[in-house]
Design a protein around this ligand. Structure first.
Ligand SMILES: Cc1cc2nc3c(=O)[nH]c(=O)nc-3n(C[C@H](O)[C@H](O)[C@H](O)COP(=O)(O)OP(=O)(O)OC[C@H]3O[C@@H](n4cnc5c(N)ncnc54)[C@H](O)[C@@H]3O)c2cc1C
Length: 300
């Protein structure tokens, strides 16, 4: 189901249909809104509920330079607004939004300007991980940026990729976000079965909790959350030295329960007009979301 939805959604005609009014309505379950102000408003509410946030200005696979440069400008503005409003938030960035498909130097230059501004504001940047064609370049960019801006940068790693244990060792000194992985990948590069992805997640989480600078555990999977809690206790990791991360609009009950238990929780808050690929990934993760989408289509 997940595989066919991700492939189907890529067709231009499907995209056109789905970005109509109904798609927009469903997207608002997972996205704070189309403007920076919407994102900041959501972060303020989350801070009031005891969680921090990571703002994601939606966009990916940018193919022209002005758009990539504009994306970096929006991120810099986002950092400035976080700073001036005194919000507890950092930012999440995709290198393909900053121009990686056009020219690696352009993307790295844009990323560097964003990281510099974030460091000056006392916050951090996480490089989101995209599909496997970007993995090597994203990990390498994180290593390069971490050399110049230690403490201000981290990267997301996906437990479904076979290569991740080696990547983890390359960036374990940065702030690593561990997630399962959201893209359509072949069995040549990624575990096709859920059980193996979960097992790999547990293995990587244990390594991160033992040796990571500041592990960021991004999952809504209650079994893995409990595994991480037990492992953190066992290795003597204080609750202030790692965090759970979850997506805006997903498992609010679990987010609240973790905050109440004294764990650090950060919510990933996407905003912007380019919400379609993000929405498709969220729908593909859960059949119930597709049923919800379909029910909205037929309700007028
Ligand atoms: C903060 C954060 C950042 C992320 N960054 C990246 C990234 O950079 N690159 C990347 O490839 N992936 C990223 N992801 C997505 C991740 O890889 C998974 O696709 C996603 O989190 C679902 O996996 P899960 O660990 O929650 O476990 P699952 O086993 O998929 O889900 C566990 C439970 O969570 C709930 N749930 C999960 N997804 C949904 C949903 N869409 N709608 C409603 N309920 C849901 C359900 O109750 C489900 O039973 C990120 C996820 C988070 C939380």
């Amino acid at each position: 189901m997940r595989v066919s939805l991700l492939a189907f959604a890529d067709r231009p005609v499907v995209r056109k249909l789905a970005t109509s009014g109904v798609g927009r309505k469903v997207a608002l379950r997972f996205v704070a809104g189309e403007h920076l102000d919407d994102g900041l408003r959501a972060v303020k509410a989350l801070n009031e509920r005891g969680t921090t946030a990571s703002l994601d200005h939606l966009g990916e696979n940018v193919t022209d330079e002005p758009k990539a440069t504009e994306a970096a400008r929006v991120y810099i503005e986002t950092v400035e607004r976080i700073e001036s409003a005194g919000l507890l938030a950092n930012i999440s960035v995709k290198l393909s939004q900053l121009g990686l498909d056009i020219d690696p130097d352009l993307a790295l230059g844009n990323a560097e300007r964003v990281v510099e501004r974030a460091a000056a504001a006392g916050t951090t940047v996480t490089l989101d991980m995209e599909d496997h064609r970007y993995t090597e370049r994203t990990v390498a960019a994180c290593q390069a940026l971490a050399e110049r801006h230690p403490g201000a940068i981290g990267v997301a790693l996906q437990s479904y990729l076979y290569r991740t244990p080696e990547d983890l060792e390359r960036v374990i000194h940065t702030q690593v976000r561990l997630c399962k992985g959201a893209y359509l990948e072949s069995a040549d590069v990624a575990y096709p079965h859920r059980n193996d992805v979960d097992k790999a997640f547990a293995h990587l989480a244990r390594r991160l909790l033992q040796a990571g600078t500041y592990p960021m555990i991004a999952t809504h999977d209650e079994q893995l959350v409990r595994f991480v809690q037990r492992t953190a206790e066992r290795v003597g990791r204080d609750r202030s030295t790692f965090e759970f991360q979850m997506l805006y609009g997903i498992r609010r009950d679990l987010q609240r329960a973790l905050v109440d238990d004294g764990y650090r929780v950060r919510i990933y808050v996407p905003f912007g007009t380019e919400w379609y690929p993000y929405l498709v990934r969220r729908l593909a993760e859960r059949p119930a979301n597709i049923r919800f989408f379909a029910s909205q289509l037929f309700r007028r």
